[in-house]
Design a binder for this molecule. Structure first.
Ligand SMILES: [Zn+2]
Length: 75
C-alpha cells in the first residue's frame, strides 16, 4: 500500500481509520494508534472525535472527572 511498507515502524505510528460520526452518521477519517484516536478530528457537522489519551494517569483522570462534574453541577 505505502512506499514504506517494508519498514516496520514503531507501534506508535498513527494510522488513518474510518469512524462513524454518532451525530450525522458520516464516515470520518481519524488517526489512531493501536485502536485509539491519537489526534482530534472534526466531522463536517462539527462533532469532534477527541483524542483518546493513552498516557492519562489515574490522578489526571480524576482531575478531569471532577472538572466535568463541576461543570454539570453548575448547569
Ligand atoms: Zn458528523
Amino acid at each position: 500500500m505505502g512506499v514504506l511498507e517494508g519498514c516496520r515502524g514503531p507501534h506508535k505510528t498513527p494510522i488513518p481509520e474510518e469512524r462513524i460520526c454518532p451525530v450525522c452518521g458520516a464516515e470520518v477519517e481519524v488517526f489512531t494508534v493501536r485502536g485509539r484516536i491519537s489526534a482530534d478530528s472534526t466531522c463536517e457537522c462539527g462533532y469532534v472525535f477527541h483524542a483518546e489519551e493513552q498516557y492519562v494517569s489515574p490522578g489526571l483522570q480524576k482531575i478531569f472527572d471532577e472538572a466535568k462534574k463541576r461543570v454539570e453541577d453548575d448547569g
